[in-house]
Ligand binder design. Structure first.
Ligand code: PLP
Length: 422
């Protein structure tokens, strides 16, 4: 690694100071958790009115929602989310409480049945692989591991996955059946896919005829600032480029209403939706429409949704600002770290010098700060450069975020200076 322009004496002094600061931290016996991107209790309180279920449980068209049926989910709820997920309402389904469950099901359905455009079930292929933009979401990678899908890391750029790499891999290898994408405020680096990236994903030739983009738009409306990021319309572009069935769109209200009691969405082409319903019809006689109705009554319409998200932003922005401010004051100009400043979503990605991420996480643990394990942002838990640490500042209250990030910065100073001097 490149040493910052400091003399050895200066570095030694910095390291000694970091050692002392770390020892002081350990002595304080902190217990702080920055591991998972959960909404804080105050964020959950914003949707407390959701709990006041009101009779009658009847939909706009007079359907008695207490009964079985309605596999597609409540039309009035799908209408609220159609625009933000960029899926026509008739192609958008409202399901249970977790989009991860739907991603799991999509893989199971593709393994055990033939997806539109496919020739055989994925389970009958000798091997299949997915492209995994890195850093990425550990639970996507866990699903691939669960189903024996080989993962091929693809580097992220400022505008999404490196499309030169993606285009080459999908064009040359029919075993590559899919790609994971978190197109807006990605987990963990907050990247927003550029229009060009989305267009190339929609248009690229793929060797596999049944190639699918798993478009996990988990943070579609989760803006931190006043200028919401807009991404290009993947479903529309796929249709325009002659690949109408290429995209599976996922989303949920987990980080809008209740992470444990929200509603998840699946959107795709008419052929994919028909295929999906034929699979889910065997699995369920219909989703929890009462919860969907609660969401309609609580959110009211698309403007109600935007208004609600502004309340989340008001709680979250100070935490994200604090992380940026503390990292800048503690690590800015040291050459020991760089980090993202996302305009939305739930995470910040911290890059430390090569070979240091695991050690930083371990030092933080000694000081009582729990971080997502280093490597979790990469397939098989292996960040080959050992550089990326995911920061999840949403759950703890602001003073705890401040304490935890200051402590984390101390660990970066300690591990970084020790590495340079080693
Ligand atoms: N997708 C991404 C990118 C996430 O970061 C998360 C949660 O952190 C999820 C999906 C989970 O979604 P759900 O709660 O709808 O299962």
């Amino acid at each position: 690694m490149t040493a910052p322009a400091s003399t050895v004496e200066e570095l030694t002094a910095q390291r000694d100071r970091a050692r002392q600061d770390h020892a002081d931290l350990v002595a304080r016996g902190l217990r702080l958790d920055l591991t998972r991107g959960k909404p804080s209790p105050r964020q959950l309180d914003l949707a407390e009115d959701l709990l006041d279920a009101q009779a009658p449980a009847v939909s706009a068209d007079g359907t008695d929602l207490r009964n079985y049926g309605g596999l597609q989910g409540l039309p009035e709820l799908r209408a609220i989310f159609g625009d933000s997920l960029q899926v026509p309402v008739e192609q958008l389904l409202a399901a249970g409480n977790s989009s991860l469950e739907l991603m799991h099901d999509a893989l199971v359905f593709a393994q055990l049945g033939v997806v539109p455009g496919g020739e055989r079930r994925w389970v009958d292929e000798p091997e299949i692989a997915f492209l995994c933009p890195v850093p990425g979401y550990d639970r996507h990678f866990a699903l691939c591991e669960r189903f024996g899908i080989r993962m091929i890391p693809v580097p992220m750029t400022a505008g999404g996955p490196d499309m030169d790499v993606v285009e080459r891999l999908v064009a040359e290898d029919p075993r590559v059946k899919g790609i994971w994408c978190v197109p807006k405020y990605s987990n963990p680096d907050g990247t927003v896919y550029s229009d060009e990236t989305v267009r190339r994903l929609a248009a690229m030739p793929t060797a596999a005829r049944d190639f699918r983009i798993f478009w996990d738009n988990a943070y579609a409306v989760h803006h931190l600032g006043d200028e919401p990021a807009e991404i290009a319309d993947l479903l529309g572009l796929c249709a325009e480029h002659g690949n109408p069935d290429r995209a599976f769109v996922f989303g949920s209200t987990s980080k809008i209403t209740f992470a444990g009691g929200g509603v998840a969405f699946f959107g795709a082409s008419p052929a994919n939706v028909e295929w999906w319903l034929s699979c889910t019809a065997k699995r369920s006689i219909g989703p929890d429409k009462i919860n969907q109705l609660r969401h309609v009554r609580f959110l009211r319409d698309a403007e109600g949704l935007r208004e609600h998200m502004r309340r989340h932003a008001a709680l979250l922005r100070p935490k994200f600002d604090a992380v940026d401010k503390i990292l800048t004051s503690e690590l800015g100009g040291t050459g020991l770290a760089s980090w993202t400043s996302p305009a939305g979503g739930y995470f910040i990605s911290l890059q430390v010098p090569e070979g240091c991420a695991r050690a930083v996480v371990a030092k933080a643990k000694e000081a009582g700060i729990n971080l997502t394990p280093a490597g979790a942002t990469h397939p098989y838990g292996d960040d080959p450069a050992d550089r990326v640490i995911r920061i999840a500042p949403t759950y703890p209250e602001l003073p705890e975020v401040e304490q935890a990030i200051a402590a984390l910065a101390t660990c970066v100073r300690l591990v970084g200076t020790e590495k340079i001097l080693a």
